[in-house]
Design a protein around this ligand. Structure first.
Ligand code: XIL
Length: 453
C-alpha cells in the first residue's frame, strides 16, 4: 500500500498513543490515496455507498459479486414494503426481506429499511380501508415491522412520498392522508418506540430543487417536527433524474438547508437516465454535492446494473447490463476519492480485559478520522469460551457520538459503555462481532476495554 505524505506525517502519533495505551497492541495503517470500490471510497469521509437489492437476484453471481465488492449499504427494492410484509392483515411475511437483510449482514453491510408507510404498494386489504381502522392498521404495521427488524436497520424510511407534486405545496391525497394530517407524526412516534436505535427518515421524490413548492412543503414539515419534538432524524431525497427532471443547479443548497434543520440527509434512490460523459458529469455533481454537506451521510443508487433498474430503458445506473463499470461509475469513484473532508488517520488499537466471563474477550477499534468527524468500528472477539453477552468501555474525550449501530450505549461522550444487543450477545469462542458509531470531533484515544459476561 502506498503511503501518502499525510499518513507519513502521522508516524510521531504512534509513539504518543503507544505510551498512553499500556499493555495494548497498536497498529497504525496508512490510508491509500485512492480507494478502488464505491463503499471504500465513501467510507474515507465516513459516508456509505449503497444500492437497492432484489431478493430474486441474489442467486445471480454477477449481481452478487458486484454487490459484495462495491456497496456497504443495502435497501430492499420491494421486499420490505407494506404489501410484501403484511399480505394479509396481521399476517406478516418476512422471507424475502430476510434474505436481503441476512445477505447484507453476513457481508458486513448495513441496511436501510424501506418503507413502513406509503400510499403505494399497499396490500389489497389496506387499500379499501379508511378512518380509524386504517390509522390503527397502519400504526400496527409500523410497530410490527420495525419491532421485527429492531437493531438491524440503520435508517427507516418511515413515511414515503406523502407530499403532492405541483405548485400547491400540500399533502398528497391518499387513504392514509384522509385519516388525519397527523398520520405522519403518528407513524414516526410508533417507529421510534419500536426501534429506538434506527434513524427515522422522511423520504420523497421531486424534493431536489430548492425552489419547488414540494421541497418547501417537506422542509416546513421537518422544521415543524423538530420544533415540536416529533422524532425525525433524516430526510431522504430519492433523486430519480432524467431529462424531464434534471439534477437541479441548487441541489447542494437543498441538501444543506435540510441538514441545517438538524437532520441527516441521505440520497436514497439515485438514478440518472442517460449515457456517456453527460451522465457521468451528472453523477459527479450529485456525489460532490453530498460530499460538500457534512450531514449528507450517504448515497444509495436504485439498482446495480442498467438491466436491474425499474427504468431500465433509460440506462440510469453505474454498471451496464453485463456488469461492466460505466463512465458514470468512474466519475462517482473519482469524486468520492477526491472530495469531502478526507480521513486523517486509520488506526487500530487493541486492549484486553478478562472480566467476569470465563474466557474473557478483546476489543479492537478501527478509526476512520477526518477533519471534524469520525467513524469507529469496534470488533469484539471472544476468548477461549463463548460469550453470552459483552460490554465495551471507551473514552471519547474530544468528540460526540451522533449515531451508532449494533450496540446499546450509555451516553454520547466521555466514558461510554457499549453493550450487546439481542442478536449479537452470543459469540462463539474465538469468533468476533462488530458494532460501530459515528461522531463529531475527534475519535482519538477510544482505548476500548472488553468485559465478558
Ligand atoms: C420501485 C421499484 O424499483 C419497482 O421494482 C417497483 O415495481 C415499484 O417501486 N420510489 C420509491 C421506490 O420509493 O420504492 C420505488 O421502487 C421507486 C420510486
Amino acid at each position: 500500500m502506498k503511503l501518502t505524505s499525510r499518513s507519513v506525517s502521522l508516524i510521531p502519533l504512534v509513539a504518543t498513543v503507544s505510551a498512553a495505551v499500556l499493555g495494548a497492541s497498536l497498529i497504525v495503517t496508512a490510508t491509500a490515496n485512492a480507494a478502488t470500490t464505491l463503499g471504500a471510497a465513501a467510507a474515507q469521509s465516513g459516508r456509505y455507498f449503497g444500492t437497492a437489492v432484489a431478493a430474486n437476484k441474489l442467486g445471480d453471481s454477477t449481481y452478487t459479486g458486484i454487490l459484495n465488492r462495491e456497496f456497504d449499504m443495502v435497501t430492499a427494492e420491494n421486499e420490505m414494503k407494506m404489501d410484501a410484509t403484511e399480505p394479509n392483515q396481521n399476517q406478516f411475511s418476512y422471507g424475502n426481506a430476510d434474505r436481503i437483510v441476512n445477505q447484507a449482514r453476513n457481508q458486513g453491510k448495513r441496511v436501510r429499511g424501506h418503507a413502513l408507510a406509503w400510499h403505494s404498494q399497499q396490500p389489497g386489504w389496506m387499500q379499501n380501508m379508511s378512518g380509524t381502522a386504517l390509522r390503527n392498521a397502519m400504526l400496527n404495521h409500523v410497530t410490527q415491522v420495525a419491532t421485527y427488524y429492531r437493531g438491524k436497520i440503520y435508517a427507516w424510511d418511515v413515511v414515503n412520498e406523502a407530499f403532492a407534486d405541483g405548485s400547491g405545496g400540500g399533502r398528497r391525497d391518499s387513504n392514509l392522508q384522509r385519516t388525519g394530517n397527523d398520520w405522519i407524526e403518528a407513524a414516526f412516534r410508533a417507529a421510534r418506540a419500536a426501534d429506538p436505535g434506527a434513524k427515522l427518515c422522511y423520504n420523497d421524490y421531486n424534493t431536489d430543487d430548492w425552489s419547488h413548492a414540494k421541497t418547501q412543503a417537506v422542509y416546513r414539515m421537518v422544521q415543524d417536527f423538530k420544533s415540536r419534538g416529533v422524532p425525525i432524524d433524516c430526510v431522504g431525497l430519492q433523486s430519480h433524474f432524467n431529462s424531464n427532471s434534471p439534477v437541479p443547479s441548487n441541489y447542494q443548497t437543498t441538501l444543506q438547508n435540510f441538514a441545517n434543520l438538524g437532520v441527516d440527509v441521505q440520497i436514497t434512490e439515485l438514478d440518472i437516465e442517460g449515457s456517456g460523459s453527460t451522465q457521468a458529469q451528472n453523477y459527479q455533481r450529485v456525489t460532490q454535492a453530498c460530499l460538500a454537506v457534512a450531514r449528507c451521510t450517504g448515497i444509495t443508487v436504485w439498482g446495480i446494473r442498467d438491466t436491474d433498474s425499474w427504468r431500465a430503458s433509460g440506462t440510469p445506473l453505474l454498471f451496464d447490463g453485463s456488469g461492466a463499470k460505466k463512465a458514470a461509475y468512474n466519475s462517482v469513484l473519482d469524486a468520492l476519492n477526491a472530495g469531502g473532508p478526507g480521513p486523517t488517520t486509520t488506526t487500530t488499537t487493541t486492549t484486553t480485559s478478562n472480566g467476569p466471563g470465563p474466557g474473557g474477550c478483546t476489543a479492537s477499534v478501527s478509526l476512520n478520522q477526518w477533519n471534524g468527524g469520525f467513524v469507529a468500528t469496534v470488533k469484539v472477539t471472544a476468548g477461549s469460551s463463548a460469550l453470552r453477552g459483552w460490554s465495551v468501555a471507551t473514552t471519547l474525550s474530544n468528540g460526540t457520538v451522533t449515531g451508532s449501530w449494533s450496540a446499546n450505549r450509555s451516553g454520547t461522550s466521555g466514558a461510554i459503555t457499549w453493550s450487546n444487543v439481542d442478536y449479537n450477545a452470543n459469540v462463539p469462542a474465538g469468533q468476533s462481532t462488530e458494532f460501530g458509531f459515528q461522531g463529531n470531533g475527534s475519535g482519538a484515544g477510544l482505548n476500548p476495554a472488553c468485559t465478558a459476561s
